[in-house]
Design a protein around this ligand. Structure first.
Ligand code: RP5
Length: 164
């Protein structure tokens, strides 16, 4: 835990299938991170304790994933000055539309940077966190550039019948 730059928090164990993609992306870029279950509804005291102490514990960015009535990112943002990126987890009832609207529609004054629903959002939250950290870390900036170049190099010019 000590020395991690990014905290990935999620409302439930069931969110891990999505949020693990954020963890894997940070891992691939060599960014120290912690993954924690913090529920705004079921563990509100844990949420307060985490969010109020996040900056003092050395985190620079928080990634918060939740589904349904997804209060976790907004509540976290209200309790910490750190940048918070919200990932709407796909819900069964409304396919994540509920999660997305809960997270994105923050009233003016407490921002949550909201990503796409599901895996894409989790990956991009990690990449945004990396971009923030890279502003003050040239080695990380170079790794991020390399990641993007590798991604570009993988794109064929001509579509193939056999490729996905
Ligand atoms: C939210 O409720 C969580 O973020 C999760 O996406 C959703 C469902 O949670 P479980 O019932 O699977 O624990 O708080």
């Amino acid at each position: 835990m000590a020395g991690s730059d990014v905290a990935i928090i999620m409302g439930s164990q069931s969110d891990w299938a999505t949020m693990r993609h954020a963890a894997e992306t940070l891992e691939s870029l060599g960014i120290a991170h912690d993954s924690l279950i913090v529920s705004a509804h079921r563990t509100p005291e844990r949420l307060y304790e985490f969010a109020r102490g996040a900056k003092a514990r050395g985190y620079k960015v928080v990634i918060a994933g939740a589904g349904g009535a997804a209060h976790l990112p907004g509540m976290t943002a209200s309790l910490t000055p750190l940048p918070v990126f919200g990932v709407p987890v796909e819900s069964k009832a409304l396919s994540g539309q509920d999660s997305l609207l809960s997270i994105v529609q923050m009233p003016a004054g407490i921002p949550v940077g909201t990503l796409a629903i599901g895996r894409a959002g989790a990956v991009n939250a990690a990449l945004l966190a990396a971009a923030v950290l890279a502003l003050r870390d040239e080695a990380l900036a170079a790794r991020l550039d390399a990641f993007r170049k590798a991604q570009t190099d993988k794109v064929a010019l001509v579509p193939s019948d056999s490729a996905e």
